[in-house]
Design a protein around this ligand. Structure first.
Ligand code: SF4
Ligand code: SF4
Length: 159
């Protein structure tokens, strides 16, 4: 019989897994930001280059990967905050130019990752950052473009 401790641990892991799943009603549509922006070691994909497995023509159905069933996991399992239900419908990363992320919190803050030089300064990006900061009641730190490790923070989106 599983101990109380291991049962509790399982429940905790299930809750974490659920928290990182896309919410019903949102899909990536024609956004391919994380398949372009991030480096994926398992695919030898450098950052800022579209993955070679992306479809030639991106449609709006969110099925943009030509080899989705065989994608390396968890490398390709990234879920941004938008797909998990944060922010408004119109805040999808490709539309506002920033990815809101809480996977690697710094100083217990969220991160806004610009997808192009200065993308964080547009009106749409600022609104998206403000909304998520309010929803989570957390500071958003704005990363430099392109994001490098160790990350260079260029400002605080919202305190
Ligand atoms: S950045 Fe978010 S919305 Fe865009 S492709 Fe990745 S998970 Fe989907
Ligand atoms: S393998 Fe598919 S899901 Fe993974 S980065 Fe490439 S296009 Fe995106």
């Amino acid at each position: 019989m599983p101990s109380k401790k291991s049962k509790g641990r399982k429940l905790q892991l299930a809750a974490i897994k659920k928290a990182f799943e896309p919410v019903k009603g949102r899909n990536c549509g024609s956004c391919t930001v994380c398949c372009t922006y991030f480096s994926i070691e398992a695919l030898k994909k450098p950052p800022l280059v579209p993955c070679s497995k992306l479809k030639d023509e991106i449609c709006d159905d969110g099925l943009n990967c030509t080899d989705y069933a065989n994608r390396p996991k968890p490398a390709c399992g990234y879920t941004c905050m938008w797909i998990r239900g944060y922010g408004a419908e119109e805040d999808r990363p490709d539309l506002v130019g920033v990815v809101l992320d809480d996977v690697l919190p710094i100083e217990n803050a969220l991160r806004a990752i610009p997808t192009s030089e200065g993308a964080q300064d547009t009106h749409e990006a600022r609104l998206a950052v403000e909304r998520v900061s309010r929803e989570r009641n957390q500071t958003v730190l704005v990363c430099s473009y392109p994001e490098r490790y160790p990350m260079r923070l260029i400002g605080r989106g919202v305190e």
